[in-house]
Design a protein around this ligand. Structure first.
Ligand SMILES: *Cc1c(COP(=O)(O)O)cnc(C)c1O
Length: 344
């Protein structure tokens, strides 16, 4: 099986599992797990923030950040395809009582003018525009990498208007590798930012949320309240530290494979278009002559290739630690056969 469904499907490597054997452990809830503390310190430094907290998931990072930054009735400005809007079970409304103000960006990215236009005047009637969120990379836009200048300019507009800023950096390290710009530069305009260890970095569990010391103290209270405090979480943090040492630079290989797959698929008659490939995600739309996405996904699965359907004619392919060029070749061949067979 060649699994291109998602970079969340990686299994921890043997070396990653072995790193756990040496990890010093303690009670994380009491700040007494040395390995988790080391991970948080390293991530705070990497992201250019004062402090960080280890959390079970990226979703929890987003939801805690929204809750810390906002009060019920406040408004959050985000892009329409963003994870916080469409994939967190209504968490912003259910947990924080906020309104979501969705903007139609270009490939998941908004211009500073768009953000400025979405900020409401302060008066007695309007919800308070409280928080601006950006996703780096923009997942459902095809792993689009915001240019650092555009990202910073959009955040600056929000900050100047008194809004807080939050970055969903689930795949921020993919953006770092793709852009050659350090994580702290990407995150500079943001009050809070997090990185997921269960995507391209290949860990089984965990994400780290960073911000000012005061922000992290507030985040910790919600982590406790929502049941996210852990005990000997160094078992997980050891794998995350291993991933920082061994699985960041290799992201270039995932990007190269995604580029190559995207180029080859774009040449097939059964494929109407492939979105630009910036990182490790390829999104394509099937031509009318090809089967619909659900049918094609099922047939690909029979051929040993897993990909995701994201709409009636849209497919997402993700490269990661457990994919390789041979799998990419098999994927392209299967697409060629299965999209052409239908046309004939
Ligand atoms: C995966 C993902 C999340 C959620 O992270 P989990 O660790 O799966 O909860 C949030 N935002 C983006 C952009 C993602 O890709």
């Amino acid at each position: 099986m060649h699994n291109f469904y998602s970079d969340t499907q990686t299994r921890p490597t043997r070396a990653m599992r072995e790193a756990v054997l040496e990890a010093e452990l303690g009670d994380e809830q009491r700040d007494a797990d040395p390995t988790t503390n080391a991970l948080c310190a390293r991530m705070a430094a990497l992201l250019g923030k004062e402090a960080a907290v280890f959390l079970p998931s990226g979703t929890m990072c987003n939801e805690i950040a929204i809750a810390v930054h906002c009060r019920p009735g406040d408004e959050v400005i985000c892009e329409r395809s963003s994870h916080i809007l469409g994939y967190e079970a209504g968490g912003p409304a259910a947990l924080s009582g906020v309104m979501m103000h969705a903007l139609d960006g270009e490939r998941g990215m908004m211009t500073p003018e768009q953000v400025a236009g979405a900020i409401r005047p302060r008066n007695r009637y309007a919800p308070i525009s409280r928080l601006f969120c950006a996703e780096q990379t923009a997942n459902l836009a095809g792993g689009a990498v915001w240019p650092v200048e555009q990202l910073s300019a959009a955040a600056a507009v929000a900050r100047e208007a008194g809004l807080a800023t939050h970055m969903d950096g689930a795949r921020l390290l993919n953006a770092v590798v793709a852009s050659g710009r350090p994580a702290a530069e990407h995150a500079a305009g943001f009050d809070s930012v997090w990185v997921d260890f269960t995507k391209g970095l290949g860990c089984p569990v965990g994400a780290v949320l960073a911000g000012s010391a005061a922000f992290i103290e507030a985040a910790w209270r919600l982590k406790q309240r929502w049941g996210g405090a852990m005990r000997q979480s160094g078992v997980l943090a050891a794998m995350a530290l291993h991933a920082l040492d061994h699985h960041v630079d290799r992201l270039v290989e995932d990007h190269a494979l995604a580029h190559s797959i995207g180029e080859r698929l774009a040449a097939l008659p059964g494929i109407a278009r492939v979105l630009p490939v910036d990182s490790n995600i390829v999104i394509l739309d099937l031509a009318e002559t090809a089967p619909d996405a659900a049918t094609l996904v099922a047939r690909l699965l029979e051929a040993g290739i897993a990909v995701g359907a994201f709409g009636a004619r849209r497919i997402r392919i993700v490269t990661h630690l457990d994919t390789d060029p041979e799998g990419g070749d098999a994927l392209v061949r299967a697409f060629e056969t299965l999209t052409a067979a239908h046309a004939a």
